[in-house]
Design a protein around this ligand. Sequence first.
Ligand code: FES
Ligand SMILES: [Fe+2]
Length: 383
Amino acid sequence: MNILAQEMLSAVMQPVETARGLPNEFYTDPEVHVAEKRVLFASTWACAGFVSDIPKRGDANPVSFLGQPLLMVRGNDDDIKVFQNVCRHRGMILVEEKTTLRSTIRCPYHSWCYNFDGSLRTTPHVGGPGNNLHDCIKREELGLIEVRSHVFMGMIFVNLDGKAPAFNEHAATLLEQWKEFVDRPLFHAGQDSSFKLNVRCNWKLAVENYCESYHLPWVHPGLNSYSRLEDHYNIVEPGAYSGQGSVVYNSQLDATRKFANFDGLSDKWNTGAEYVSLYPNVLLGVHRDHTFAIMLDPQSHDQTIERVEIFYATEEMCGPEMADLRQKNAKMWKDIFIEDIFVVEGMQKGRSASLYDGGKFSPVMDVPTYCFHEWVARRFTGK
Ligand code: FES
Ligand SMILES: [Fe+2]
């Protein structure tokens, strides 16, 4: 990193009162985006998909995550594994479309077949016609390349470089803060609890906006009418996550029916809700009767797909009789997230102002956003 960039990042790492935000290049430069894949994603735990993408045994979901072809597979023991989606023979992509596999992962090129655990099972004619073995082809050394993965709150996290601390260590403080929600089953109802938004902005702007409640009165006047700015508090865990909580969660989607609550929650959650960005690319929300997770899937330095999945407390909440309520809930959230699009896209356009200096944080209202900027700067500088 050149000296100028070092200086700009050291300005980001000052105390919030005097800090500047990340320089424009972090939003506009494709080369910085390439570096981010390594520095901010591959070296830690990032969300690459959802458990609900592969609900049945044998389900296989190929994804391109940060340009990497990955294959998520649910094995016969319900174990979820993530592999690089590439054959160990000559590097053919193994699975092109989401599918349910019968018993093996078969390469369409020369038909090498892999078990769901990644081990290489058969290599037809590899030793010549009719001979499926050859001394040089050691099957035990030619299993699929597995990517370290971990399932958390319905999401599939991957650590691409394999060197991050264990997920539970990495997310230890959030696991503690939300111990009432983690380690319990979450139920997903399929399509009506799932939607995507395409936003023309760098993925970090979606994180930065999600972290703070400061924009509520102007960007979400409807939400602000019952959950006001003054009902919110900051959540800040430097180096890990940040966001905001509300002491007023009182969703009324229907006059008579409501979703079941999670069992055994403490009183805090009767009217409380919390929303955090788990760095780098996950936005989470928890309430007494549902949670949601948003995966930010960067397509380039200025394009991001937001995948939103909503989860409920019991299996019954995912049945047909609750479908209309689930649809209302999904629509409520979708409308709120759509309200945010003009500001994240507007900030992206603003980053082309060459004299913009990274901006200024409110030491009161912008602390969660500052916390994220500081995390980015520290990872890039190694400080
Ligand atoms: S490339 Fe897969 S079997 Fe040849
Ligand atoms: Fe918002």
